[in-house]
Design a protein around this ligand. Structure first.
Ligand code: ZN
Length: 124
């Protein structure tokens, strides 16, 4: 049995309309072969969970902890951002970008450690 999203009336799993209020039931299963955009993809916690201390790798290699976590696109973006910041503002630019990357990796891996899935492009 599934519940109507509109009126919470219980109905058959294969019903396409709610018999009580007539609202169209959205399909529960995703269409196979359709790719989920990176921004909507989720990274699920691992068992055993990764330690949030991997965030410290980001001091030397900003974005790499995010790559390890599973946020590949975000990790590459942070790595590029650190190089660009270094080019624009020298060591201080690099350290600023690295600090942001470390704090982000620490908070994101903390969420995963607590068993909460995070978005593939979720920050902090
Ligand atoms: Zn209904």
């Amino acid at each position: 049995m599934v519940k109507c999203a509109n009126c919470a009336h219980e109905m058959a799993d294969n019903a396409s309309f709610c018999p009580k209020c007539g609202v169209k039931v959205s399909p529960q299963t995703e269409t196979p072969g359709r790719r989920t955009p990176a921004s909507q993809r989720l990274v699920y916690p691992r068992n055993p969970p990764l330690s949030r201390h991997i965030a410290l790798i980001g001091i030397f290699l900003p974005g790499v902890p995010q790559l390890i976590i599973g946020q590949q696109l975000k990790g590459v973006m942070l790595l590029l951002a650190a190089f660009i910041a270094a080019g624009l503002a020298g060591p201080f630019g690099y350290l600023g970008a690295a600090a942001v990357a470390v704090v982000d990796a620490y908070l994101i891996s903390g969420k995963l450690e607590r068993g909460r899935p995070v978005g593939a492009m979720e920050f902090f």
